[in-house]
Design a protein. Structure first.
Lengths: 105, 245
């Protein structure tokens, strides 16, 4: 339960309706591991919009919708979208310039 | 990195930490070992094929091998946590994937000083760090700032007291936001910049910080620590979403 006064919570919601729903990249470590074949949360990826390089675990994750949306922590642009469908996992990578999948040390 | 596959864990002991949090030990014969702060995904599949996955932070230290502890808060109206609280018994087998996470991790080799900030069950991955820290014997200066609703809801309370009384550089600072027992001398408000400053002050500017809890709390902590002068890349966060869901 959020026990802050109602007006404070309302102000928060107006600022960003999804602010309370954001998670860190760790939350999708398992799912991305299933796709990339490695746990990428400690590995860098580059936002195609603002070119900021962040660890995948530091990305912002929204997973309460029908799919999962991953956003750049610097500019909030979408870097990656994943949706599970009956025929397979749909992966939209146009927002990410690269992910470095590092060799096992 | 090896691909992350599913394996079958056997539920070992189950014990209550607080009225709403219980710890399950999962026996994992093929466990590759984990780093403090990592989590596992659990997959439950019903007889009709319906399947649901959830992530749970690992509470135990990596020095314990072949099994991990997860501490699960019971979420009213949830799908998985009531099952783990009421239905699961020792000997049950559950699908587990992991360990997962290369970002929200701390190992003694990284050094300190270390500031850990938790809200409620956000303490779970930090507990793995604290247990690992104690086992390392290095006495890395460490503070845990821990926000709980009431005294009875302080997860790992006795163990934290024991760790803090060991005299090896660990201190715990509690704040109780909903109610306090008679004679309580600790904080009684939500975590704010003044509280963070007090926790950070003895540790200094080279501190590594880890904050885990409800998203709103983690936002306050991460922004506050950066305002207090910590570089953003030294503040690692693990948000677990809105409070009470």
């Amino acid at each position: 339960m959020d026990d802050r006064p109602l007006d404070v919570r309302l102000a928060d919601m107006r600022e960003d309706p999804a602010a309370d729903l954001v998670l860190d990249g760790s939350a999708v470590g398992g799912m991305l591991g299933g796709i990339f074949g490695a746990d990428v949360t400690g590995m860098p990826g580059q936002c195609a919009s603002c070119h900021t390089v962040s660890l995948m675990g530091a990305m912002r994750v929204y997973m309460r919708g029908p799919g999962t949306v991953i956003r750049c922590p610097a500019c909030t642009q979408v870097v990656l979208r994943v949706a599970e469908t009956p025929r397979g996992s749909m992966l939209d990578l146009r927002g990410i310039a690269f992910v470095r999948i590092e060799h096992r040390s | 990195m090896a691909a992350i596959g599913w394996q079958l864990a056997t539920v070992g002991s189950i014990r209550d930490e607080t009225p709403t949090v219980r710890t399950l030990t999962l026996g994992l014969p093929d466990w590759s070992g984990h780093r403090p702060g990592q989590h596992v995904d659990l997959r439950l599949t019903a007889a009709d094929g319906y399947s649901v996955e959830r992530s749970y932070s690992i509470a135990s230290e990596p020095e314990r091998t072949g099994e991990v502890d997860i501490s699960v808060e019971r979420i009213e109206g949830g799908e998985v946590s009531p099952f783990l609280h009421e239905v699961v018994v020792p000997g049950d087998r559950i699908e587990v994937r992991g360990p997962i996470g290369g970002y929200f991790v701390w190992e003694a080799a990284l050094g300190g000083p270390l500031l850990l900030v938790a809200g409620g069950s956000g303490v779970v991955p930090l507990m793995a760090m604290l247990r690992h820290r104690a086992r390392s014997g290095l006495g890395i200066p460490t503070s845990l700032l821990f926000s709980s609703r009431t005294f009875d809801e302080i997860i790992y309370r006795d163990e934290l007291d024991r760790l803090a009384s060991a005299g090896d550089g660990f201190r715990v600072i509690h704040t109780l936001t909903r109610g306090q027992p008679d004679g309580w001398t600790g904080f009684t408000r939500r975590i704010d910049d003044a509280m963070l400053a007090e926790a950070l002050e003895p540790l200094g500017a080279a501190t590594r910080a880890y904050a885990c809890g409800p998203t709103a709390l983690v936002e306050v902590v991460a922004n506050g620590l950066v305002r207090l002068g910590l570089p953003p890349d030294r503040v690692r966060t693990e948000r677990f979403g809105p409070t009470g869901t």
